[in-house]
Design a protein around this ligand. Structure first.
Ligand code: HEC
Length: 145
């Protein structure tokens, strides 16, 4: 029983010396506590009106509807059927989960997988959670064919 505290101290020292040398190689940017920690993340400015245009341009409407406008091959994406407050990353997580169904269908119906940048996805997410903007989508805004 007397051995145990010695072992604990020895392993604690080992962990400390390891993290000290790791910190020398990769010093954190802010350590003074006065500034927020550096995470290298910025939230994009999300625009639901740009998102509405992307919903059309990227052809999401071919399979999904919003405000009764669009296809019925996949789930309707109306904001008023979703939870009141949502984590924007949940939508990307759902798309990822459904990717094995959605992507082959896009390749079949559109000829290729839809691609978008992070900023574009942010705008689409904004549109898909903005009930007021969604009610501005009308059938005559979709391409003719
Ligand atoms: C070619 C058809 C097709 C196109 C185009 C398409 N999807 Fe999908 N999508 C599907 C299918 C199929 C599913 C999985 C089944 C379902 O949700 O009905 C799906 C699932 C989703 C889901 C998850 C829905 C849920 O409740 O789990 C989201 C969100 C989604 N798509 C968003 C988009 C967005 C945004 C676009 C445009 C960038 C897009 N989809 C374009 C067919 C399509």
């Amino acid at each position: 029983m007397r051995v145990l505290p010695v072992l604990v101290v020895a392993s604690a020292t080992a962990i400390f010396s390891f993290s000290a040398s790791a910190a020398e190689k990769h010093p954190p940017k802010n350590t003074d506590g006065a500034k927020p920690p550096v995470t290298r993340l910025v939230m994009p400015i999300m625009s639901s009106s740009r998102g509405m245009q992307l919903f059309i341009d990227k052809k999401c409407y071919v399979c999904h509807s919003v405000n009764g406008v669009g296809g019925t091959d996949a789930a309707a994406l109306d904001a008023h059927d979703m939870d009141e407050y949502m984590n924007p990353f949940d939508l990307a997580a759902k798309m990822w989960k459904m990717a094995t169904i959605m992507i082959p269908m896009q390749e079949e119906e559109l000829g290729n997988q839809i691609e978008f940048t992070g900023d574009e996805l942010a705008d689409i997410v904004a549109f898909l959670h903005d009930d007021r903007q969604q009610h501005l989508l009308t059938k005559d805004m979709l391409p003719a064919n």
